[in-house]
Design a protein around this ligand. Structure first.
Ligand SMILES: *Cc1c(COP(=O)(O)O)cnc(C)c1O
Length: 393
């Protein structure tokens, strides 16, 4: 090893000393309710596959059919020959699903934020962002030429203070928020944010990665949940979570799409999503639009799981969604809780600094429509057992 890499060695040693170093677990099969992780069968409480669509037979078949008709790869970025017919069809379908004028699909949720934010603001603009927004928003903000301000999490007084003080110094002001905050499961105060945006003449941007497929009519998302169609300028969704495949998108007015197709850098400089992904996504969205079976089962499971953990005396935070944090506090204790549960046959990831603030470590239980009541009961028993062993309850 080159001597020049000593600084990284030191940093890795520090991770180990802090008890936060980890090896990547290997999932030996598909992402389902129970998975084979490093050779051990465990209940999977750690995926974003909210509706179980990642392994739905019709979704799998649609991926296979798409490969047969359109090949394995698109061969180019969208602006050259990568814009295959199914991708166009998907955007029309998603616009209908989201009840917005137009949809622009990107290769992932992260890449969508990175591409869209820098395209829609410029020097002389201001971005005001919730302090708990997702890392990909933070990166998107960093890549833009706009100034930035951070407001305290969901604190509308703080947001208004910033607006009062700074609105007039800028051309456009863009307020950005997660629709559902991914580490706590709470919802953005969208109606208030929209009201403030109108009062101060600002643009609004909602990243609904954990809300799409989960909240609203047939999983139409947070904007639908609050009845705010047509009042949010940029609605971001992912196709990698509830939809079960991969990708991200912006739902918006037509003009936004027209602009993104010229200035959304991931669309110009990175190859378009492969046909298998597009075929599978179209089927997932069709299933979601045709029935509430998936979202009903998800919410039924989530309510059941939360009520039980609450009764056992765990602090499960203030989640309003199927994301169920089990608050622990210390980083090393959180890691230990997760490790012991894995030994007992339950995989639930430990979320610690720097993903969440220091001292607020937690287990993050992700409930899915794929879970059976047996899966949930098994997990609850083990969480109780290990929670007692570690003095958490
Ligand atoms: C997961 C997530 C993303 C990233 O989505 P990918 O499709 O996995 O890249 C972006 N924003 C938020 C709020 C997320 O939770």
């Amino acid at each position: 090893m080159s001597n020049n890499l000593k600084y990284l060695e030191k940093q890795v040693e520090q991770l180990k000393d802090d008890g936060v170093y980890r090896e990547l677990p290997i999932n030996e099969g598909p992402c389902d309710n129970r998975i084979s992780l490093d050779g051990k069968e465990v209940v999977n409480l750690s995926s974003n596959n909210y509706l179980g669509l990642a392994t739905h037979p019709e979704v799998e078949q649609a991926a296979i059919d798409a490969v047969k008709n359109y090949g394995a790869g698109t061969g180019s970025v969208r602006t050259i020959v990568g814009n295959q017919a199914p991708l166009e069809a998907l955007e029309i379908l998603l616009a209908k699903f989201k009840r917005e004028e137009a949809v622009t699909v990107f290769q992932s949720g992260l890449n969508c934020n990175i591409g869209a934010i820098q395209a829609i603001v410029n020097k002389g603009d201001l971005i005001i962002s919730d302090e708990l927004n997702h890392a990909s928003i933070i990166d998107g903000v960093r890549l833009s030429r706009a100034d930035k301000a951070i407001y305290k999490h969901s604190d509308m007084d703080n947001l208004e203070e910033i607006l009062k003080e700074r609105r007039d110094d800028y051309n456009n002001v863009l307020i950005i928020t997660d629709g559902v905050f991914s580490m706590d499961g709470d919802l953005a105060k969208l109606p208030e944010i929209v009201k403030l945006a109108k009062k101060y003449n600002c643009l609004t941007y909602v990243d609904d990665a954990h809300g799409s497929g989960v909240l609203g009519e047939n999983g139409r998302g947070t904007v639908d949940h609050f009845g705010l169609h047509g009042q949010v300028d940029f609605i971001i969704g992912t196709l990698s979570k509830a939809i079960g495949v991969i990708g991200g998108y912006v739902a918006s007015k037509k003009v936004v799409k027209q602009w993104l197709l010229h200035r959304g850098r991931p669309l110009l400089f990175s190859t378009a999503l492969p046909p298998a992904a597009i075929g599978a996504i179209i089927k997932s969205v069709e299933l979601l639009m045709s029935s509430t079976e998936y979202t009903d089962k998800l919410w039924d499971n989530a309510k059941y799981f939360k009520a039980k953990l609450n009764t056992l005396g765990f602090d499960i935070g203030h989640s309003e969604t199927p994301i169920t944090p089990v608050m622990v506090g210390k980083e090393d204790l959180t890691m230990k809780f997760s490790k012991r549960l894995l030994e007992e046959g339950v995989f639930v990831s430990a979320i610690v600094f720097p993903t969440v603030p220091k001292g607020t470590g937690r287990l993050r239980c992700m409930i899915s429509a794929a879970h059976t009541k047996d899966d949930l009961d098994f997990a609850i028993d083990k969480i109780q057992e290990v929670g007692k062993e570690l003095g958490i309850i």
